[in-house]
Design a protein around this ligand. Structure first.
Ligand code: AMP
Length: 190
């Protein structure tokens, strides 16, 4: 099997979380979701959580220095040696650069950036639907959804341009059933 050091990438609403859970089980690697880490901190009302909430409620990225420090701390743990699945990080070019630096220091090479591609309108429809099912604060307000999409376009999508020259971007069509999309993801590791 090809290397298991993986970033899962895609716009909000692409189904990253769902695919991440399946891929984590398939690869047997730790799943590191910055969104989940922030939500956990928000739930526990930690200082980090209070900072994160200010931004995530508006559909904005939590500042890089906060996010990068949190990820660096997590990536330093021993359970990373057999691979990892990063979900929701990096989300800006400075974060991608920071990740390269952190991994370089650990002697780890990123193998795949799995890019789940979904068109804008489909993303909007999915986020609106998820709001009614999960009740996530950042999915509820159309203005916040719009902000999250703009944030993705302006800050996150350029990560793909950053990674393409490294030949590690694996584009996956995100339209289809969960299983259809997952079989495309699995094919990367065949
Ligand atoms: P997610 O569940 O991945 O959509 O993340 C929910 C929210 O957490 C995002 O809208 C951001 O406000 C914040 N967040 C998650 N990951 C990052 C990141 N890598 N950089 C900055 N903010 C993040």
């Amino acid at each position: 099997m090809a290397g298991k050091n993986v970033v899962l990438f895609g716009p909000p609403g692409a189904g990253k979380g769902t695919q991440a859970a399946k891929l984590r089980d398939f690869l047997s690697v730790p799943h590191i979701s910055t969104g989940d880490m922030f939500r956990e901190n928000i739930k526990n009302d930690t200082e980090l959580g209070r900072t994160a909430k200010e931004y995530s409620n508006k559909g904005m990225l939590v500042p890089d220095e906060v996010t990068i420090a949190m990820v660096k701390d997590r990536l330093g743990r021993d359970d990373m040696k057999g691979g990892f699945l990063l979900d929701g990080f990096p989300r800006s070019v400075p974060q991608a650069e920071a990740l390269d630096k952190i991994l370089g220091e650990l002697g780890i090479k990123l193998n795949h950036v799995v890019n789940i591609a979904v068109a804008d309108q489909e993303v909007k429809d999915r986020l609106a639907k998820r709001a009614s099912i999960e009740g996530r604060a950042d999915d509820a307000d159309p203005a916040v959804i719009e902000n999250r999409l703009n944030t993705y376009k302006n800050q996150s999508e350029p990560c793909l341009t950053y990674y393409r020259p490294q030949n590690i971007v694996r584009d996956v069509d995100g339209i289809g059933t969960i299983d259809e999309v997952f079989s495309r993801v699995q094919a990367i590791f065949a």
